[in-house]
Design a protein around this ligand. Structure first.
Ligand code: ATP
Length: 380
């Protein structure tokens, strides 16, 4: 399949809601993103995962026009952001990590303000304000000043403001940070509803069960590179580990097991993960292999393959030592490289290729067109 958006259109393929091609961004000497190739289809929810500093916020800021890429191309619904930024971002909704609410105004006034910025007036603005308030549990708070709301309530207002104009592409940067369980569930239901109506959603989070609840596809960033992209089952199938987890009284005893293991370097936790193909079938074998040490066992559980174990393994924080164990090895690292022939613990970066951007600090010109529009609006 051609990676160039223009070539794909010529072939009659569906135009993605969002397409990034070879996008790179540096902040001075820090490479925040490198060679990102990524599509989000209409109606798709994509969970954007990565450790702190992986590049998630930078990616969203580039799409939203708050920053400009050093190299590469971004298209929104087939419109290149560098050619026609206003048209490209006409149907974009962004809820950044930093709250963007107006504390002295009421919830209703905040929402109405956004409605007007999006070109909604009069009755339409009133109706949409009420409509969007409902799924966010804001109906009873509409006439309260935002300054008097809790942090979680303010985040609900902030996210509702981004969705008010029914954007066709939504960027949500950790929308559930600091919100309660009920709000989280409501937001997830609403995002799914939006996607069901064709909206494409880029949803960044550190809370992996949310990605599962959203039934989202997944993109994993690691140090600015896209290291995995696929559906949830694909990622789990390709990268997740299954294991029998053993907890010992007084630390992990010396063991010689025929399976790869993961354990703390000093065994203080007393927890050992034995990586076996079908852990539910292997528990008796593992128990037998413990021999006398089984008397020190205080807990034994099966760890099923999950998005969390796939993520940890992809990002290098949960890779098992692929050698059969001779534990505890005081100098053994918590994780180690897989043995030759063992599954690699990182996926090949799909389409990622190194493209050097200019190694210089961002200048004033670094802000994108949306930032300039906002500035212009603020200054009259
Ligand atoms: N304004 C900036 N100036 C310099 N470096 C920056 C700036 N903003 C981000 N960075 C760096 O760029 C990299 C990517 O940061 P980014 O905020 O995109 O990560 P993130 O995945 O969103 O992290 P988090 O999960 O903590 O929000 C990090 O190394 C960060 O330190």
């Amino acid at each position: 399949m051609p990676t160039d958006p223009g070539a794909r259109r010529a072939e009659g393929a569906a135009v993605p809601a969002l397409a990034l091609r070879a996008v790179s961004k540096r902040y001075g000497a820090t490479t925040a993103l490198e060679g990102i190739d990524l599509d989000i289809a209409e109606g798709e929810i994509m969970g954007l995962l990565g450790h702190n500093g992986a590049g998630k916020t930078t990616l969203m800021s580039l799409v939203a026009g708050l920053l400009r890429p050093d190299t590469g191309k971004i298209e929104i619904h087939g419109v290149a952001t560098d050619r026609d930024p206003r048209r490209a971002r006409r149907d974009l909704g962004l809820a950044p990590q930093e709250l963007g609410v107006y504390p002295p105004l009421t919830v209703r006034q905040n929402l109405r303000f956004c409605a007007e910025l999006a070109g909604l007036r009069g009755q339409r603005a009133r109706v949409r304000t009420e409509e969007v308030a409902e799924p966010f549990g804001l109906t009873a708070l509409l006439d309260r000043r935002v300054s008097g709301l809790s942090g979680g309530e303010q985040r609900r207002v902030h996210t509702a403001m981004a969705l008010l104009h029914r954007p066709k592409l939504v960027l949500l940067d950790e929308p559930t940070a600091g919100v309660d369980v009920e709000t989280r569930a409501r937001l997830i239901a609403y995002v799914k509803e939006l996607a069901g109506a064709g909206t494409a959603v880029c949803y960044s989070t550190h809370y992996l069960p949310e990605v599962e609840a959203l039934e989202a596809s997944v993109a994993v960033l690691d140090h600015g590179r896209l290291i995995a992209r696929g559906t949830l089952p694909e990622l789990v199938r390709s990268h997740a580990d299954s294991a029998v987890e053993l907890t010992f009284r007084g630390g992990v005893p010396p063991l010689r097991l025929p399976w790869p293991v993961t354990h703390d370097a000093d065994g203080v936790d007393g927890v050992l993960r034995v990586h076996v193909e079908q852990p539910q079938l292997a528990t008796a074998d593992v128990l037998a292999a413990l021999g006398e040490s089984a008397r020190l066992l205080v807990n034994m559980r099966v760890v099923q393959p999950s998005l969390e174990s796939a993520f940890l393994r992809l990002t290098g924080s949960g890779a098992p030592d692929r050698r059969p164990s001779a534990s505890p090895a005081p100098s053994a690292p918590r994780t180690a490289q897989p043995a030759p022939g063992a599954p690699a613990n990182t996926a090949p970066a799909r389409g990622a290729r190194a493209i050097g951007g200019p190694d210089e600090p961002p200048g004033e010109d670094d802000h994108g067109p949306l930032a300039r529009d906002l500035e212009a609006e603020q200054h009259g």
